[in-house]
Ligand binder design. Structure first.
Ligand code: SF4
Length: 256
């Protein structure tokens, strides 16, 4: 079963990619808000939630984060990253910039070596306030699931105006180190065949990654319940073959 995060702060959990990670959910606790509607989203599909709910209150977030970090420090716990993810797209929070700034302050006070990570679908990267906020973030992780917009429409189901060319342009012009993250999967959803691992897909994806030239690439496959039950996981061995060319070109690639 897919599920929502029912707290603003959750974890810490051991992340496959980021180490010991304390999650921060800026989205509502009882619904999901996202500019994508991915068929693999572990929070479920957007249409599963009729009431939209409200974004996290900034003061409550700050208090809860301070209390959590204080407790973890007191108990001698370690922390590799604080990760903005949760029930949707974190950069949609109207106070995202000021939340990132206050998180940096708390990080510096309690766990100065801890990283701050943001998982984003990159649809808000044209916004100045989002770009400014992400400049304070250590691990900026931006999603691109295919080099073909038609495939993205089938897998990520963008909810508003979407242009892959625009997203790519915004990434290339972003003067900050970032990772591109890609979910590989295959199967069917709502009668549509899904496969972003065909030779044509992989060749185009490699070309696109080389054109964007991010700091690194994170590839992964399904690990938890997905709203579409007819999707299947891609093995790590296969994913290693997808990134092989990128590794040879000197890109830092991780497979989870
Ligand atoms: S971008 Fe992330 S939160 Fe949004 S629908 Fe896709 S997986 Fe879910």
């Amino acid at each position: 079963m897919t599920k929502l995060y029912d707290n603003i702060i959750y974890g810490p959990v051991k992340s496959r990619r980021l180490g010991i990670s304390l999650g921060i959910n800026l989205l509502p606790l009882t619904s999901k808000i996202c500019t994508f509607n991915c068929i693999y989203c572990e929070c479920g599909r957007n249409e599963d939630y009729s009431a939209k709910g409200s974004f996290a209150d900034q003061d409550i977030l700050k208090t809860q984060l301070r209390e959590t970090l204080l407790r973890m420090k007191r108990e001698g716990e370690s922390l590799d990253t604080m990760t903005f993810a949760g029930n949707g797209e974190p950069t949609l929070h109207p106070s995202f910039l000021s939340i990132i700034k206050s998180t940096v302050e708390l990080r510096d006070e309690f766990f100065p070596n801890c990283k701050i990570s943001v998982l984003s679908n990159a649809t808000t990267l044209a916004k100045d306030s989002v770009r400014e906020a992400l400049r304070y973030v250590d691990n900026v992780i931006l999603k691109i699931d295919s080099a073909f917009e038609s495939t993205i429409r089938n897998i990520d189901c963008p909810q508003a105006n979407y242009s892959l060319d625009e997203v790519v342009k915004n990434m290339i012009s972003f003067d900050k180190r970032f990772y591109v993250q890609t979910m590989f999967l295959r199967g069917t959803c709502d009668g549509i065949e899904i496969d972003n691992t065909t030779p044509k897909e992989i060749a185009a994806w490699q070309e696109l990654i080389l054109k964007i030239h991010p700091y690194g690439v994170m590839v992964y496959s399904i690990d938890r319940d997905t709203p579409c039950k007819t999707l299947s996981k891609v093995s790590k061995e296969e994913m290693a073959s997808f990134v092989d060319r990128l590794v040879k070109e000197g890109l830092n690639c991780s497979i989870a």
